[in-house]
Ligand binder design. Structure first.
Ligand code: UD1
Ligand code: CA
Length: 458
């Protein structure tokens, strides 16, 4: 029978060093809050119960992790040992192995946690620390080993002697414990230290003193264990995560011309042979098909983009975009738009909450808002929908094969029937029947030689 496994995620701290209104563990790394990265990685393991310890910003943290974790409230932040103790009602009596992990180590992977758990179970240890080497260990707890190389205890940076501070093997803040031994030992942790806090790492020394087996599993990849306490570390985490995400896509057949300058969110999916040019920021639940060209300098959030579409120097949010579409340069696709296949949206065109049927075009300088545009429609340069009277928004319907001449105003609500032709410069205020030519502009008057008359008056 395999051992039951539990996880406790520490996320109650304020994160003073972030100097932020936002609670530390909710700061995003590549678009996802740190603590959610941790919970998502933990969830990949076979874990019977996940308990997240919440305190500062408890409501927001709970809302963010809703359905992914159980919660225990730590009303006062008296230290990491005290935090773990808050999970006692859910866990203390259970048999099995408990993984404890900080909510501010967003880079740690499920593979590493799995390796830690199997090392722990193989060693038959009561506690195993995930340790790492840091070139600059400042701020981390140090692993203190005896002459035989066995782990003795962990000393916090603030409590360490000069000699101990030279140690570069650090506590990553991830551990696994025999669950019952953990909750038993927690009762013996004191707060007699530099910070007046109950330290979880003290459990190591307590178990050791009882003659239990205590072990440390050294992680090869130091990067994974970065603890984010301030915004400098946040930027480092972002950089590492960004590289990881970009490498994942490149290995999957996506070309990224300049990975250092390409920002892709964790949830984004991209198809094969798509090319991402520099300066592109692709976030949210965006899904991009095969053979697309995105960028340079393009911002895409929560969009579905189909095969062979090209989007250059443009912004698109919360919209669906078909295949073989070209957008940009300098176009703006605003939320709730649905752009059909083979559409062309050119420079300085803004589309808002509108649909575009197959093959339609708005190639230059247009505003199309609250509109239903059919197939094979041509919207001439500078034409706009007049969708707003200062109070309400109205719908413009442009049916299939309509040709809207340049610089026309379509004053909504209005329908332009199938195949109709709007003369350039028209201000359309009434429906236009299908196949009609509509001219709605003042007639041109040429006054012969009038300029001579004007000049003679001077
Ligand atoms: C902690 C470890 C240190 C380790 C480092 C790794 C302790 C005492 N020290 O230090 O050995 O090298 O992590 O990154 O554990 N938290 C609570 N309740 C509390 C206090 C903290 O939930 O009362 C949470 C925080 O939200 C945070 C995590 O525990 O997610 C770690 O706390 P933090 O204050 O960042 O500890 P470090 O000083 O980084
Ligand atoms: Ca920390």
């Amino acid at each position: 029978m395999s051992t039951n496994r539990y996880a406790i995620i520490l996320a109650a701290g304020q994160g003073t060093r972030m100097k932020s209104k936002l609670y530390k563990v909710l700061h995003p790394v590549c678009g996802k809050p740190m603590v959610e990265h941790v919970v998502d990685q933990v969830s990949k393991l076979d874990i019977n119960k996940i308990v997240t310890i919440v305190g500062h910003g408890a409501d927001q943290v709970k809302a963010q992790l809703d359905g992914k974790s159980e919660f225990a409230l730590q009303e006062e932040q008296l230290g990491t040992a005290h935090a773990v103790m808050q999970a006692a009602p859910q866990l203390a009596t259970l048999q099995g192995t408990t993984l404890v992990i900080c909510g501010d180590t967003p880079l740690i992977t499920a593979e590493t946690m799995e390796a830690l758990l199997s090392h722990h179970e193989q060693q038959g240890a009561k506690a195993t620390i995930l340790s790492s080497y840091a070139e600059d260990p400042t701020g981390y707890g140090r692993i203190i080993r005896n002459e035989d190389g066995h782990v003795e205890r962990i000393v916090e940076h603030k409590d360490a002697t000069d000699e101990e501070r030279k140690v570069k093997e650090i506590n990553t803040g991830t551990y696994c414990f025999d669950n019952q031994a953990l909750f038993e030992a927690l009762q013996h942790v004191s707060n007699d230290n530099a910070q007046g806090e109950y330290y979880l790492p003290d459990v190591i020394e307590i178990l050791k003193a009882k003659g239990e087996i205590v072990s440390a599993y050294q992680i090869a990849d130091m990067e994974e264990t970065l603890g984010v306490n301030d915004r400098v570390a946040l930027a480092q985490a972002e950089k590492i995560m960004r590289r990881r995400i970009n490498e994942y896509h490149m290995r999957n057949g996506v070309s990224i011309i300049d990975p250092e300058n390409t920002y892709i969110g964790v949830e984004v999916q991209i198809g094969q042979d798509t090319i991402i040019y520099p300066g592109s920021v692709i976030t949210g639940q965006t899904v991009i098909g095969n053979d697309c060209k995105i960028g340079p300098h393009t911002e895409i959030h929560d969009c579905e983009i189909n095969d062979r579409t090209v989007i250059r120097q443009s912004v698109a949010h919360q919209s669906s975009i078909g295949s073989d579409v070209t957008i940009g340069p300098f176009a703006h696709i605003r939320p709730q738009s649905a752009i059909g296949n083979e559409v062309r949206i050119g420079n300085f065109v803004e589309i808002k909450k509108s649909t575009f049927g197959k093959g339609s075009k708005a190639s230059h300088l247009s505003y199309i808002g609250d509109a239903e545009v059919g197939e094979q429609v041509n919207i001439g340069c500078g034409s706009i929908t007049v969708n707003y009277d200062g109070k309400n928004k109205y719908l413009t319907k442009i049916e299939d094969n309509v040709f809207v001449g340049c610089n026309s105003n379509l004053v909504a609500p209005v329908t332009i029937g199938k195949g109709a032709y709007i003369a350039a410069g028209s201000t359309i205020t009434e429906d236009v029947p299908g196949m009609a030519l509509s001219i709605a502009r003042a007639r041109q008057v040429n006054k012969e030689n009038y300029v001579h008359k004007l000049n003679s008056k001077k």
